[in-house]
Design a binder for this molecule. Structure first.
Ligand code: PLP
Length: 453
């Protein structure tokens, strides 16, 4: 199978930081639902969906109608933080899906339209509110590429750049079953992770100065689709409460129904003090907000502003997404489709030695690719095989399926399909992934991976 090759004229003015266009040789020119059409006419099933931003899929009618209605209404396109009926309606729609206690006791801060900016706002506000300077974040967390957001992200790829990182941060181990940081997994691994966090907050020798915040994703997204363990999340909540500092939930990727509930923290029975929201909120239209429990809303006037934070198209699109989610029963649909995706991926895993683990929550799925011939790594788990994951991504593309990579070793094939995906489309995704995995597995078995080199 051949793919469209990127023309030199297209790439020669591109920053060397570009990423997707290097790995996925397509030029998307048309898109609808879960499907994207390449410039050469071929349609792909898209389980990357603009890094999870297309919550309702490409060009969902409720979103495009909301945009068109707003455009033809004569509404001002950019309202800074002026009040406007579209903004007020959006805030009400958002409050409707927050936990009641928080909805009654919060403000919605408009950020510049990126997840990183919402995280920046949270970190800065936490410092102002508490007087603390240190932040506690988690190993495996990813929060964006601005200076502060990358400063609290643990991945080496970001941190190894020759740039100063701020703020001061302590990274806690994130409990997990497969690549448990303590090589234990299960309740024992969780107990040790809880001990580590209690020690960090409790010991005068832990190195933690007066902390400003605790920040986590409740499902590691870029970190490889790892849901938080409720007991650990509750310990994190207790530590924040005891220290009087905010618990910040980064819901940029796992929020907005991605996990089958409006917010990922709901799976852990905890309530955060700040919530960073972006990506799926506008289903393709840039918008980011920070929900702040009132006790921490101590900004001075104009302390955190941005020109492009009052966009009427974004308010209209986000309201449309929120209303559609409620009226169409999106949470239940995501749970059902997620179960089907999980079942199919687990079935594929049983016959493929290159698959070490399958992790899913709602419509967020990660398939851990390992080297079946390399034996176990230092943690007693099959060695990660990022080159095989890259080969699997290319094999998927050849089958007409777009997937993402991530994880601690960039060896996790990730699926972030639209939340509106149907069961027939899930079956199609699974069939194509199955074929792609079989191709890579047979190359591994015959020791000839050059096809994907
Ligand atoms: C959990 C999480 N937080 C923050 C961000 C950063 O969002 P943005 O790329 O919009 O700045 C991302 C992006 O992938 C993310 O996954």
């Amino acid at each position: 199978m051949t793919h469209t090759t990127l023309s030199p004229t297209r790439t020669c003015h591109e920053s060397s930081a570009s990423t997707y266009s290097r790995r996925l040789a397509i030029i998307p020119v048309e898109a609808q639902g879960v499907r994207v059409r390449d410039a050469d006419g071929r349609w792909y099933l898209d389980c990357l969906c603009a890094a999870g931003a297309m919550s309702l899929g490409w060009n969902h009618p409720v979103v495009t109608e909301a945009i068109q209605r707003t455009l033809s209404s004569g509404a001002p396109l950019l309202t800074l933080d002026f009040h406007h009926p579209l903004r007020d309606a959006f805030v009400q729609d958002l409050l409707a899906i927050l936990p009641r206690g928080l909805a009654d006791d919060c403000v919605v801060h408009l950020c510049s339209p990126s997840g990183a900016n919402a995280v920046e706002a949270a970190l800065m506000l936490a410092e102002i509110a508490t007087g603390g300077r240190d932040h506690v974040a988690v190993q495996g967390g990813f929060h964006g590429c601005s200076r502060a957001a990358r400063g609290v992200s643990s991945g080496g790829g970001l941190r190894d750049q020759p740039v100063a990182l701020s703020p001061a941060v302590h990274f806690l181990p994130f409990p997990q079953e497969y690549r448990c940081p303590f090589s234990l997994g299960g309740n024992e691994g969780t107990a040790l992770a809880i001990s580590a966090l209690e020690h960090l907050f409790g010991s005068p020798h832990s190195g933690l100065r007066a902390p400003a915040s605790v920040l986590t994703e409740f499902v590691l997204g870029e970190g490889g689709v790892i849901p938080a363990v409720p007991a650990w999340a509750q310990a994190l909540r207790r530590a924040a409460t005891t220290r009087g500092i905010p618990l910040i939930s980064d819901e940029v990727q796992a929020g907005m129904y991605r996990t089958g509930r409006p917010w990922a923290f709901e799976h852990c029975n905890v309530e955060p003090d700040m919530i960073a929201i972006s990506k799926g909120l506008g289903s393709g239209v840039p918008i980011a907000v920070l929900v702040i429990r009132r006790q921490f809303d101590v900004w001075g006037e104009g302390a955190f502003t941005g020109t492009f934070r009052g966009n009427s198209l974004a308010f209209a699109a986000a309201s449309a997404v929120l209303r559609y989610a409620a009226s169409a029963g999106l949470a239940g649909h995501v749970a059902d489709m997620g179960a089907q995706l999980r079942q199919g991926l687990c079935a594929i895993a049983t016959e493929a030695a290159i698959i070490g683990d399958v992790r899913t929550i709602g419509l967020m799925a990660g398939v851990e690719i390992v080297d079946p011939d390399a034996g176990n790594d230092a943690r007693g788990v099959a060695a990660p095989a990022p080159w095989l994951a890259a080969a699997a991504q290319q094999a998927c593309l050849a089958e007409g399926l777009i997937v993402e990579l991530g994880g601690e070793y960039n060896n996790v094939v990730r699926f972030l399909p639209p939340l509106t995906i149907t069961d027939a489309e899930i079956s199609d995704v699974l069939d194509r992934f199955h074929t792609a995995v079989q191709r890579v597995q047979s190359r591994v078995d015959s020791h000839s991976l050059t096809e994907f080199a």
